[in-house]
Design a protein around this ligand. Structure first.
Ligand code: IPM
Ligand code: MG
Length: 353
């Protein structure tokens, strides 16, 4: 039997409920494929502030780095909103990403056929959409120096080095090779010097992937094209802040933000998490949609643990739950045959494994 050490960070709000359901499904898949998952829980965000005064305790950094992979729920909530910025849950998350060295954030936006009506866009525009946003996660304007604020001005710096651009470009091209072999690199090269370097570097790296078709788009146009004709995209490669914005936009193509997983990978370890937040408005009611987190567990099996079959089994079980009409509240208006709560959805998907 193979053994994996999985670190769990449930976090705040619905994070606690949805991670429990993903664990349920992982255990079902473990039983079927003879895999043993050893879990260890760590604190981050508001839960960590409450317990230790620090949004990212050192124990969490050390524990996650020592594990094979990390499954993460969500952090933040109104309770911690008035703290100074460096003490807030979000600061813990940014420091966490940096400490883990997870420079590549993969955010798929896929439209399930059963849910084409759940999107605010027309079904004929979004049917068949299958996009992977590759967002650089530990550089750019989020981390650039100098930064600061005084009484009269505030400033941040968008900076990328050639090696930073090269390594994220390789991730995008390698992914494209396993998909439809198209990369669209998104920048603002008509205005920003940093974007011009981005574009030059991506072009240079593309020569190592002759089979992949490379295109470039300005970020404002990309925001428009995602709504006008999202099927034109396969892999979108972009920097930290553009990727933050475009991945939220792309997620809405699928109808519910409760469906989409993400992976943050790097050289040391990888972190898998739903792209949605901690949803304090529905926390503790047991009604959250756990599918994004269950799907993140599938990405973990596929990308970190090389357990393709187990990942396929989870993806198939999610699809079956969808096609048989099981829906949590966020999607109960669309083709719903049975409305279920968070833990029932976990049970159903686990039973389909
Ligand atoms: C995300 C979030 C974070 C980000 C926030 C919470 C710091 O919006 O993961 O997309 O901006 O990266
Ligand atoms: Mg975001």
């Amino acid at each position: 039997m193979v053994n994996y050490n999985i670190s769990l960070i449930k976090g705040d709000g619905i994070g606690v409920e949805i991670v429990d359901e993903a664990v349920k499904v992982l255990d079902a898949v473990g039983k079927k494929f003879d895999i043993q998952f050893n879990y260890k829980e760590y604190l981050m965000g508001g839960a960590a502030i409450d317990a230790t005064g620090d949004p990212l305790p050192q124990e969490t950094v050390d524990g996650v780095l020592a594990s094979d992979a990390c499954l993460f729920g969500a952090i933040g909530g109104p309770k911690w909103d008035n703290l100074p910025r460096e003490k807030r849950p979000e600061s813990g998350l940014l420091k966490f990403r940096k400490s883990m060295g997870v420079f590549a954030n993969l955010r798929p936006a896929v439209v399930y056929d059963e849910l084409v009506d759940a999107s605010s866009l027309k079904p004929e525009v979004i049917r068949g959409v299958d996009i992977m946003v590759v967002r650089e996660l530990i550089g750019g304007i989020y981390f650039g120096e100098p930064k600061g604020k005084d009484e009269t001005k505030g400033w941040n710096t968008m900076v990328y080095t050639v090696p930073e651009i090269e390594r994220i470009a390789h991730v995008a091209f390698k992914l494209a090779m396993k998909r439809d072999k198209r990369v669209c690199s998104v920048d603002k090269a008509n205005v920003l010097d940093v974007s011009q370097l981005w574009r030059d570097t991506v072009i240079k790296i593309s020569s190592q992937y002759p089979e992949v078709e490379l295109s470039h788009m300005y970020v404002d146009n990309c925001a428009m094209q995602l709504i006008a004709n999202p099927r034109q995209f396969d892999v979108i490669l972009t920097g930290n802040i553009f990727g933050d914005i475009l991945s939220d936009e792309a997620s809405m193509l699928s109808g519910s933000i409760g469906l989409l997983p993400s992976a943050s990978t790097g050289e040391k370890t990888a972190v898998y998490e739903p792209i949605h937040g901690s949803a304090p408005d529905i926390a503790g009611q047991g009604i959250a949609n756990p599918i994004a987190t269950i799907s993140s567990a599938s990405m973990m099996l596929r990308y970190s643990l090389d357990e393709e079959k187990a990942a396929d089994a989870i993806d198939a079980a999610i699809k079956k739950a969808m096609s048989e009409g099981y829906r949590t509240g966020d999607l109960s208006a669309y083709d719903c045959k049975q409305k279920v709560n968070c833990s029932q959805m976990g049970d159903i998907i686990a039973s389909f494994i």
